[in-house]
Design a protein. Sequence first.
Length: 252
Amino acid sequence: LSLSLSPMSTAEVVSAVQQLKAESEKDACNYDACKNLIAKLKISFTKFPGFLVRSAAEQPSPDQVLLVRDTLEYAALLAVRMKDFAAFDANVAQVKAYYTDFRGIIPNSQKEYLIIGLNLLRQLAQHSIARFHTELELIPAEEQRNVWIRHPIQLEQYLMEGAYSRVWASRADVPHPLYAVFVEELMSAVREEFAECAEKSYERLSLAAARKMLLFDNDAELRPFAASRSWVEENGYFVFQRDSNVQVGVPA
């Protein structure tokens, strides 16, 4: 789908948002088509009064506000599917204004706490614990008990306890499939830290010990990770090249 980047009429905007919704909800989503639609829509939204920033001088149309919010939500969720985390961050930053400044103009979104929950997981995946708590403080206490927010709160507790096996196991009990994307990102970062620690602590490590430490289910999952770090496999062990002067502890 090819679109020129010029503003659309209101009717064309409505049609494009409907196309974006239909395409983004497909299992085999056409990502390029969705990205083109989002870019086209954002160009058109700049002509809407109060786009992104509510102003007393400009009274936005509820219908227009709803179109913008829906588009930003679809864009944020699509970005997670694509693992385009920079795009996710940008769209979340924009849509949050529609959850606060524009509240009361349009009905609350059913996707609001799904997206806020994903944003909390994003902070955990980046090890941005301070930012996680800052974002959490913005959520009303009664909403922190809903399933979308409760899951990242529980995950953060597991991290603080060092219960990494429970973090990894949580991917099987997520409130939405997109949550698993950030759980996997979080575990990838944890594994890299554990692997670096192992390289500095041991001359060699058995496959069984490495699999247990890195929380892989089997050797078929472990070997590509080991290869990515240039580990040499010999007789059931991984052999590391390390600085013999460096000694650090390995996480349990």
